[in-house]
Design a protein around this ligand. Structure first.
Ligand SMILES: Nc1ncnc2c1ncn2[C@@H]1O[C@H](COP(=O)(O)OP(=O)(O)O)[C@@H](O)[C@H]1O
Ligand code: SF4
Ligand SMILES: [Mg+2]
Length: 333
């Protein structure tokens, strides 16, 4: 085997998820009953790989397609085209029955865990349900496993007796995390898990997610618009703009030497002395983001880019290969 083939084979072995040329579009309708007049290209030809044990951060302004990306990976949205390979298996068109088995390995934590908790069901029953349905434990052992789960997410045993509305935002998010880890999945997609929480609680939640990862070897796709959160959590970071990945690099490298003008502006966005406190949503200096219904021709960022040249509005730059990938005709040195 050549050295290169060996490297590729080693990487493939560590690969958990591969997304190839994924496109997820929503119909664009003027009125409720009118015909679609076009598409919102929420995710538009995205390819990326997640390696076992890493945290890949996915960052960008609201509306750039982060949630659609996460939801498409676990098939809560059906992609229009492209492929999703989980442990080498193509799950893009898998039947619901088979998908239910794969979903034990692939879980999601949402911004608002309250939305997925039934207000009339006690926490202990909500946590026991997936354990029993997926036969992780026998019914008689479920109570003990629920207790263990509560302990793992730092909640007292008595929380099990309570109903969702009796819990604080932070406690509910801990329950969201407990539910996600109950079946010991391999991949957890965290979709803005901190956004609904007080700043004081956000740090605790990040620590909890990191401790659990260390203990149980999870791989995370960590979706956020917070530059500080993405820096603290991620091994590598993908920057998304209008349905596309514009830069992908190891965390330190991205912060030290951003190559895409958009990434650079995100890092500069807020005049805070601490770059970790900046949020992608506060980047509004160069005008609002164009609509993903009619994305600009050529480079999608050219309408806001301070470095745009004539060809930028005509020719779309491709994402380069390699450890530090960027899609720009004039990447920053
Ligand atoms: N269910 C939906 N139907 C129609 N459009 C949607 C739907 N969900 C999201 N969108 C649109 O797709 C784009 C990407 O949204 P989303 O994935 O939620 O972005 P983000 O999570 O980065 O804020 C936005 O323009 C949004 O309005
Ligand atoms: S391709 Fe041109 S418009 Fe796009 S980010 Fe690079 S310099 Fe700016
Ligand atoms: Mg979102």
């Amino acid at each position: 085997m050549t050295l290169q083939a060996e490297i590729i084979s080693r990487q493939t072995k560590n690969e958990l998820l591969r997304v190839e040329h994924l496109k997820t579009y929503y119909p664009l309708q003027k009125g409720l009953f009118s015909r679609p007049t076009g598409h919102i290209k929420a995710v538009d030809d995205v390819s990326l790989t997640l390696y076992k044990g890493e945290t890949l951060g996915l960052v960008g302004e609201s509306g750039c397609g982060k949630s659609t990306m996460g939801r498409s990976i676990i098939r809560l949205e059906q992609p229009n085209s492209g492929r999703i390979l989980f442990e080498g298996e193509d799950i893009t068109h898998m039947t619901v029955k088979k998908l239910n088995v794969v979903r034990t390995q692939l879980q999601m934590i949402f911004q608002d865990p309250f939305a997925s908790l039934n207000p009339r069901i006690r926490i202990c029953d909500a946590l026991a349900e997936p354990l029993v349905v997926h036969k992780r434990v026998r019914r008689s052992e479920a109570a003990r496993e629920v207790e263990a789960l509560l302990q793992m997410v730092g909640l007292p045993r008595s929380t099990g007796e309570r109903y969702p509305h009796e819990l604080s935002g932070g406690q509910r998010q801990r329950i969201g995390i407990a539910r996600a880890i109950a079946l010991r999945p391999k991949l957890i997609i965290c979709d803005e898990p901190l956004s609904a929480l007080d700043v004081s609680i956000q740090a605790q939640m990040m620590n909890l997610l990191q401790d659990l990862q260390e203990e149980l070897q999870f791989t995370y796709l960590f979706i956020t618009h917070g530059m500080g959160a993405v820096k603290q959590m991620s091994t590598r970071i993908a920057v998304m703009y209008l349905g596309k990945i514009v830069e992908l690099a190891p965390t330190q490298q991205l912060f030290r030497q951003p190559k895409h003008p958009y990434t650079q502006l995100l890092l500069r966005a807020v005049p805070s002395p601490d770059p970790t406190l900046r949020s992608a949503n506060e980047y509004i200096h160069a005008g609002d983001m164009p609509s993903s219904g009619e994305p600009p021709q050529g480079c999608r960022f050219h309408t806001r880019c301070p470095y745009a040249q004539a060809n930028c509005g005509v020719v779309e730059p491709a994402l380069t290969e390699g450890e530090h990938a960027v899609s720009c005709h004039y990447p920053l040195a």
